[in-house]
Design a protein around this ligand. Structure first.
Ligand SMILES: [Zn+2]
Ligand SMILES: [Zn+2]
Length: 254
């Protein structure tokens, strides 16, 4: 499974909680998201199998700074001697200036209960961080666009490649139902809203899903869940019927 190609020049490295992706060609590639702390060996092994023993990425690029996406970024950046790119609104959470708001385990759903075990504090990546400029393609990935998708976190970004309609969505959507115990355990593919306990701005989260749906991506590759190969219609349906959780710390009364 590790390093399985899901589209041309896109391979998934599934992790215990979140997926990482190896994106690009042997000449120029990056790691998009880096799993929980301790995932660096698995990601490096997948990269070696895919690109060869001496392969070195241009950078580690983060959709956002949560611990399940940034956890092994520092270890990978140190090993390869490469920078870590994140949107400027994520940088304060990764350099120790600010902490993410606490996880909300009060709404219904399996992942909310599980989230009591997760830290809202993330990793420190000082010394490696560089600002990801959303107006330009991500470093080393000329064919890709950066799509600002705030809501789950303030500086969340997704990456879209028009060729083949490939979307690396981070946590702007999930491709499994984290609210359902069986859906999560069986890893059943389904296009769903962002992970509830860590999403702090639901109005922006909805707008970001609409923005992604308008791109009509075919391949949906998110931080949580298996990749979906023909997901445009399902994503449009999520955007059309988007609903925040019924209640919770970050849910506005309507
Ligand atoms: Zn997240
Ligand atoms: Zn996540």
């Amino acid at each position: 499974m590790s390093g399985r190609e899901i589209a041309r020049e896109v391979a998934i490295v599934p992790g215990l909680i979140a997926n990482a992706y190896l994106v690009g060609s042997r000449e120029s590639w990056v790691v998009v998201d880096a799993g929980i702390p301790g995932s660096h060996r698995r990601i490096r092994r997948a990269a070696t199998r895919r690109f060869g023993a001496d392969a070195r990425p241009r950078a580690v690029v983060l959709t956002h700074g949560h611990f399940d996406h940034a956890g092994s970024a520092g270890a990978l950046a140190a090993y390869w001697g490469v920078p870590i790119f994140a949107h400027e609104r994520e940088l304060p959470f990764l350099n120790g200036e600010r902490e993410y708001p606490p996880m909300d385990s009060s709404p219904p759903g399996f992942f909310c209960k599980l989230s009591r075990l997760f830290p809202s504090r993330t990793v420190r990546l000082d010394g490696y961080l560089e600002e990801l400029r959303p107006q330009a393609p991500p470093p080393g990935l000329e064919e890709w666009e950066c799509v600002e998708t705030p809501g789950h976190t303030p500086g969340h970004v997704a990456f879209f490649r028009p060729a083949g309609g490939v979307l690396l969505a981070g946590d702007a959507i999930t491709t499994m139902d984290l609210d359902s115990f069986t859906g999560t355990i069986l890893c059943r593919p389904r296009v769903c809203r962002p992970p509830v306990p860590a999403t702090t701005d639901w109005d922006n989260a909805r707008r970001s899903v609409e923005r992604l749906a308008a791109l009509r991506p075919r391949v949906l590759a998110a931080g949580h869940g298996p990749p979906i190969q023909d997901g445009a219609a399902e994503l449009q349906s999520l955007a059309a019927h988007f609903a925040p959780p019924p209640y919770g710390r970050y849910v506005q009364a309507r």
